[in-house]
Write a protein that binds this ligand. Structure first.
Ligand SMILES: C[S@@+](CC[C@H](N)C(=O)[O-])C[C@H]1O[C@@H](n2cnc3c(N)ncnc32)[C@H](O)[C@@H]1O
Length: 260
């Protein structure tokens, strides 16, 4: 009798324990396109555009790629699949956790890092490539910091511009372009941080005056015979310009301009 009562007592006390053991796992976090973000909502970059952005930047295993506002981590993960080290900066902690899970699924955890942080308070000076899909006014706010980065740093933005700093290259993948991208937000814009080269230089080819607006160069070249206007570009530390019907290439070496 005592045994029976004990069994009954145990049975009564079992259900909550049992209920706990079979409790369904919490559903995985599913982001919604257009959901609020700190400064910009989440909309993912179409994968063909991510691929093109990294193609334009010629990402290799030697790069350190930083995606500012990294969403579900797709750009960071794609860069890591190309062998690069990559970091995503994302304000939404759920997206950070989702990115980590996605990186695990793709087998790239050893090369990626996702941090929960505000991109405006993040030091990205160590990046060799910056990727972003933000908004024109955010790009403009970031522009002074980006222009102060090491010359040659590559920057790629999905669709949004950088004001009067015109892109070095643009790839249109939507209906107006090669049509590979069937969604919205299908334009990849690419810039290379230019060295600051404005100034006057004495070179074997003549006296050079360079004026600079972002990567665009104007100025004059004065030889023994005449002074001619010049037009050119600076891409990282490489300078190219045309003057008097001739093409010149050069590189700033400290304060010295080496021209060919
Ligand atoms: C348009 S989505 C782009 C996501 C991803 N880069 C891509 O191309 O698929 C912008 C992302 O930036 C995040 N974000 C917004 N403001 C931010 C801030 N101040 N700091 C960090 N992340 C931010 C949003 O949560 C969102 O995930």
């Amino acid at each position: 009798m005592f045994r029976l009562m004990l069994v009954l007592l145990l049975a009564v006390s079992m259900p909550p324990v049992f209920a706990q053991a079979v409790k369904a796992p919490a559903p995985a976090y599913e982001p919604t396109v257009g959901q609020e973000g700190k400064d910009v909502v989440w909309v993912p970059t179409p994968q063909v555009v991510v691929d093109k952005m990294l193609d334009l930047a010629k990402v290799t295993k030697d790069d350190f790629v930083m995606d500012l506002g990294s969403g579900d981590g797709r750009t960071v993960i794609t860069a890591a699949k190309r062998g690069a080290r990559a970091m995503g900066v994302e304000y939404n902690p759920n997206m950070v956790e989702l990115s980590k899970r996605n990186a695990e699924k793709e087998g790239v955890t050893d090369r990626v890092q996702f941090v929960k942080a505000d991109l405006f308070e993040t030091d990205f000076t160590k990046a060799t490539v910056i990727t972003m899909f933000l908004l024109p006014d955010i790009n403009l706010k970031l522009r002074p910091k980006i222009l102060a980065m090491k010359p040659g740093t590559r920057v790629v933005s999905n669709t949004f511009t950088m004001g009067d700093w015109k892109p070095d290259e643009t790839a249109e993948l939507g209906a107006g372009g090669n049509g590979n991208c069937n969604e919205s937000w299908c334009t990849a814009l690419f810039w290379v941080v230019p060295a600051k080269v404005a100034g006057t230089y004495k070179t074997p080819q003549g006296d050079l005056v360079l004026k600079q607006s972002f990567q665009m160069l104007t100025g004059t070249l004065r030889t023994k015979e005449k002074t001619v206007p010049l037009e050119g570009k600076v891409r990282g530390e490489e300078i190219t310009f045309k003057a008097g019907g001739k093409e010149y290439r050069g590189r700033l070496n400290g304060k010295q301009l080496e021209l060919k």
